[in-house]
Write a protein that binds this ligand. Structure first.
Ligand code: FAD
Length: 457
């Protein structure tokens, strides 16, 4: 077995070349075993591209499971534009230490186009909250944990992958560090490189529709910050978003004020202006400390596994439509994919193939989450389509049973166990509310009121 002695071969750019030219060295080699056959003299080698929650969770799981793991991150000191709200179950499932949490939100207000305001946290128990984190803090913690479990963190930009022509060839990762082009041959790849995934392009995984989310971080005077110390706000209305919602989320010493849209991307700045003016009295005197924007996938990619490459997190398209939530699903999919590879390769001792990734990762993911994502799509379609529908959404949110079901589904990522009679009442209240707002009949095709009960709003 011709195992290579050092996996990180580099080619240095000549400094004055107008186009990159480099000393030619052959690609480093990696002897690939036939599918499901033992690998001798080394362990399965996997590259994880992207060190966000998806990539770090995948890398930690792989390295702990005995796989030779390389985690690539182009910008380890950067901060992903994000609201940073994570559900309670993530703290336990991913052992997130409490000091990483900036704010514990125990009150939520949802505000309709006509400014009808509903307090949405009335049913939370004393130990329940929505955690607010800064992504720069969470991401660097998860990356370090992957490293301490044995993953090698490579601070570089992956430019593309060479796809093997034969099953017994490796994938070659091309990446740059300080103007030096480097290559790494690997057995398998996890693409966790977010919404603009180069890994997805390299494997021809197809496109998805994206929303654009825009957010300003605003430092508030102390008295104004006090108002938001444990409060998050959601604003709905055509003025702030024709198809999504706008938000004010509290952070350690500032608030994040933002909005998102799929259908009106060119108008994103005027939508942001509108949310600022609706919130104005509460943020007056604040200073904008950061402006950020980023795409949010609307649905999974047509292809999520090809050959020995799997996509996870935003690269795969795992963000719920109604809420724009993706951090938990990124971490969860990264871990699930990592566990699948560890299992199929028997701790890194055997070569894997496409069918292993499909069986151990995709099948598991789809059986756990496809219905949840579909239902949240449907709820968005019904409730975010017009101002009348949004009025009815806010009206419904005043119902304590609706609140309890919604929070239980969000905080614990499980179908909430409802009361049959209350479920029925909630279904009828939903229809009643939509009728009052003259929505029934418009955009209601296929709407089943029981989904409201099963998934909350
Ligand atoms: C404005 C906004 C607000 C949001 N608010 C929330 C919220 O409150 N709660 C929530 O749950 N979700 C929220 N989301 C969604 C959430 O941010 C994403 O779903 C989540 O970050 C996905 O994680 P990921 O690890 O898949 O990808 P990312 O977080 O995008 O991480 C990808 C990583 O890969 C790296 N990378 C990319 N390309 C390369 C390359 N070629 N080479 C090397 N490294 C590379 C990037 O630097 C990055 O670190 C929000 C999104 C936006 C845009």
């Amino acid at each position: 077995m011709a195992a290579i002695t050092h996996p990180l071969h580099s080619l240095t750019l000549t400094s004055k070349s107008p186009t990159p030219r480099f000393k030619t060295k052959p690609f480093p080699k990696l002897q690939i075993s036939a599918s499901n056959k033992p690998i001798s003299g080394r362990k399965l080698r996997v590259a994880v591209i992207g060190g966000g929650p998806a990539g770090s969770s995948a890398a930690e799981t792989l390295a702990s499971g005995g796989i030779e793991t390389y985690l690539f991150e182009r910008s380890p000191t950067g901060a992903k534009p994000c609201g940073g709200a994570i559900p309670l179950c993530m703290l336990d499932e991913f052992s997130i230490p409490p000091e990483l949490i900036d704010r514990k939100v125990t009150h939520m207000k949802i505000i309709s186009p006509s400014n009808l305001t509903v307090d949405f946290g009335k049913t939370l128990k004393p130990n329940e909250h929505i955690s607010m984190v800064r992504r720069e803090v969470l991401d660097s913690y998860l990356r370090s944990r992957a490293e301490s479990n044995g993953a090698v963190l490579l601070k570089g930009l992956v430019t593309h992958l060479d796809i093997p022509n034969h099953p017994n060839q490796p994938y070659i990762i091309h990446y740059t560090v300080n103007n030096t082009i480097k290559y790494l041959p690997v057995d398998a790849v996890i693409g966790a490189d977010g919404a603009n995934s180069r890994v997805a392009k390299s494997i021809d995984a197809g496109d998805y529709t994206c929303a654009i989310a825009f957010q300003e971080r605003i430092k508030l005077p102390d008295d104004k910050m006090q108002y938001y110390h444990n409060l998050a706000e959601m604003y709905v209305g055509n003025d702030v978003s024709p198809d999504f919602y706008a938000w004010v989320f509290p952070k350690c010493d500032h608030v994040a004020v933002g909005t998102g849209t799929v259908t009106s991307k060119p108008k994103i700045k005027s939508l942001q202006k509108a949310i600022r003016s609706r919130v104005l009295p509460k943020i007056a005197g604040g200073t904008v400390i950061k402006v950020e924007a980023h795409p949010i996938p609307e649905h999974p990619r047509p292809v999520r596994v090809r050959g020995r490459v799997a996509l996870v997190g935003d690269a795969a398209g795992y963000v719920t439509k109604c809420s724009g939530e993706g951090i938990y699903f990124a971490a969860k999919s990264g871990r699930m994919c990592g566990e699948g590879i560890v299992k199929a390769s028997e701790g890194g001792e055997k070569m894997i193939e496409e069918s292993d990734l499909k069986r151990e990762y995709l099948k598991q993911w789809d059986s756990e989450y496809v219905n949840m994502f579909r239902c949240l799509d449907l709820l968005q379609h019904v409730f975010y389509g017009s101002n009348a529908a949004r009025e009815s959404l806010v009206e419904l949110c005043g119902d304590e049973y609706v609140q309890r079901m919604t929070f239980e589904s969000y905080l614990y990522k499980k179908l909430a166990n409802g009361d049959r009679w209350e479920d029925l009442k909630m279904g009828w209240n939903t229809i009643g509310s939509l009728m009052r707002c003259k929505i029934v009949g418009k955009g209601m095709e296929g709407f089943d009121p029981s989904v409201v009960a099963r998934f909350g709003l």
